[in-house]
Write a protein that binds this ligand. Structure first.
Ligand SMILES: [Zn+2]
Length: 402
C-alpha cells in the first residue's frame, strides 16, 4: 500500500473538496471567506474583483456565510460617496471558534480562538502528568475544555472543533496516541475520553508548533524545519506550506536521533538520543540544578547571572542540537531552522554552539536559524488555529451546526 508522505488532514492543511458543482460552491465559499479574512474588511465588490467572480455570485455566497455566522456586515463603507455605498464585510468575532488543548508532561492547557484569530478564553493547570494513567489526566483536561467552552459561549462563540496537542506519536486516525514515552502512555484513544460531539483532531505537539509558526509567525518561509523542546524534543518538517508526516505519521522524531551512540539510555529504548543531552531535564541535571515548576525560567535565570556550570550545560545542549540538526539539514535542505518551545527562551545560550556545529558540518552554505516569537505557546495556538483554518478552508462544514 502506498501512503502519500504529504497527507492533508483536518488540521487546517487544505482538505481537497470533490470536483463537483457542490464541491465548486464549497471552494468558492472558502475563497470568499479567505479573501475577507486576509484583508480584515472588504466590500462585496472588492471580494468579487479579488477572486474573479461576478458580484451577484459573490452576494449569494456572502449571504450564506452571514447566515452561518462566519461573516458580518459592518455597515455602509465610505458614506457620502456618490452612488450606492457598498457594505463592508468582516469575519465574525462571534460564531464558530477553534478549541485548542495541550497535554504537557507538566501542565494541561486549553484555549478558544475566534475566526479572527483572537484568543478569547484560556485555562491552564500546572502539575506533573508523567506516569499517570490517561483517564484521570483526560478527565482533568475535559474539565478545562468545559470551562473554556462555557466562557466562550458567554461571548456568543461555539466550538467548531477540538484539537489536542500531545507529546507523542499519533496514529493516522488523528485520535490515538500510539506512544508518548514521557507520559508513559501507549495506544490511548482520546476520542472516547473527551467531551462534546465536535470534530476531534489529535496531533503531535511539534506538528502543531510548526503549523502555528507557519500561520502566525512573521515572514516564516514555506519550507522550514521547526525544532521545539519541553521535556522531550520534537521537530516538524514543513515543505511547501505543508507538514511532511512520513508513512506512518511519525516523521520529525529528532529527539531520538542518536548524537552519541554509546550515551545514556533513553525512554524510547535507544541510547544517546538527542533528548538525553538537550531535553530540559537533561540540561537541568547537567547544570546541577534542582527542578522546579518553570524549568526554562530557572535555567535562563542562572545563565543570565553568568553561572558557568549552567552556561556550559546549555552550550553542550546547543552542540548536541547542532549535531542532530546537521543530519536533518543535510538531508532536507530547509530554507531555515526555527527554534520553538523552551528552546526559544534559552536561545541566547544555545545558539552559538548550535550554529558552530551547523556551520562546520553542513555541506552547503550554513542554514539560518531563527527563534520563534511564539515560544511555548506554539502548540496550543497551533491546535486552536488548526480548527479555525479547517473552517476557513471549508466553511460549509459548519453549516449544519450554526
Ligand atoms: Zn530516545
Amino acid at each position: 500500500m502506498t501512503v502519500p508522505l504529504h497527507e492533508a488532514r483536518p488540521a487546517g492543511v487544505g482538505r481537497a473538496l470533490p470536483d463537483t458543482q457542490q464541491g465548486m460552491r464549497r471552494r468558492n465559499l472558502a475563497r470568499v471567506l479567505h479573501a475577507v479574512s486576509a484583508e480584515g474588511s472588504l466590500s462585496r465588490a472588492a471580494v468579487a474583483s479579488r477572486i474573479g467572480l461576478t458580484r451577484a455570485a459573490v452576494s449569494t455566497l456572502v449571504d450564506e456565510l452571514i447566515r452561518w455566522g462566519l461573516l458580518e456586515e459592518l455597515g455602509p463603507e465610505r458614506p457620502g460617496r456618490v452612488g450606492r455605498p457598498g457594505s463592508a464585510l468582516a469575519v465574525n468575532g462571534r460564531g464558530p471558534a477553534g478549541i485548542g488543548a495541550e497535554i504537557g508532561v507538566d501542565h494541561l492547557a486549553v484555549c478558544a480562538v475566534d475566526m479572527r484569530g483572537a484568543v478569547r478564553a484560556r485555562a491552564v493547570r500546572r502539575g506533573a502528568n508523567r506516569g499517570r494513567a490517561p483517564e484521570p489526566v483526560i478527565a482533568e483536561l475535559a474539565a478545562l475544555v468545559s470551562q473554556v467552552v462555557a466562557e466562550a459561549e458567554r461571548e456568543e462563540l461555539w466550538p467548531a472543533g477540538l484539537a489536542v496537542a500531545v507529546p507523542g506519536l499519533v496514529a493516522r486516525d488523528s485520535r490515538t496516541v500510539v506512544r508518548a514515552p514521557n507520559l508513559e502512555w501507549r495506544d490511548t484513544d482520546l476520542g472516547g475520553l473527551l467531551p462534546g460531539d465536535w470534530p476531534l483532531t489529535v496531533d503531535n505537539e511539534a506538528n502543531f508548533g510548526a503549523l502555528a509558526e507557519l500561520w502566525l509567525g512573521a515572514g516564516t518561509p514555506r519550507e522550514f524545519l521547526h525544532v521545539s523542546a519541553e521535556i522531550g524534543i520534537g521537530a516538524a518538517i514543513v515543505v511547501d506550506g505543508r507538514l511532511l508526516r512520513g508513512t506512518r505519521g511519525f516523521a520529525g522524531e529528532l529527539g531520538h536521533v542518536p548524537v552519541r551512540p554509546d550515551g545514556p539510555p533513553c525512554a524510547c529504548g535507544g541510547r544517546g538520543c538527542l533528548e538525553q543531552f538537550a531535553g530540559q531535564e537533561a540540561v537541568l541535571r547537567a547544570a546541577g540544578l534542582q527542578p522546579r515548576e518553570d524549568l526554562v525560567g530557572l535555567l535562563a535565570e542562572h545563565a543570565e547571572k553568568g553561572e558557568e556550570g549552567v552556561r556550559e550545560a546549555l552550550r553542550d545542549a546547543g552542540t548536541a542540537l547542532g549535531i542532530a540538526l546537521t543530519g536533518a539539514v543535510n538531508l532536507l535542505d530547509p530554507e531555515t531552522v526555527v527554534l520553538g518551545g523552551a528552546l526559544a527562551g534559552l536561545s541566547p545560550w544555545l545558539l552559538p554552539s548550535l550554529e558552530a556545529e551547523l556551520r562546520g558540518r553542513t555541506t552547503g552554505p550554513a542554514c539560518p536559524v531563527a527563534v520563534s516569537p511564539l515560544g511555548p505557546e506554539g502548540p496550543l495556538l497551533g491546535a486552536a488555529h488548526s480548527v479555525v483554518r479547517a473552517v476557513l478552508d471549508d466553511p460549509a462544514s459548519v453549516a449544519t451546526r450554526s
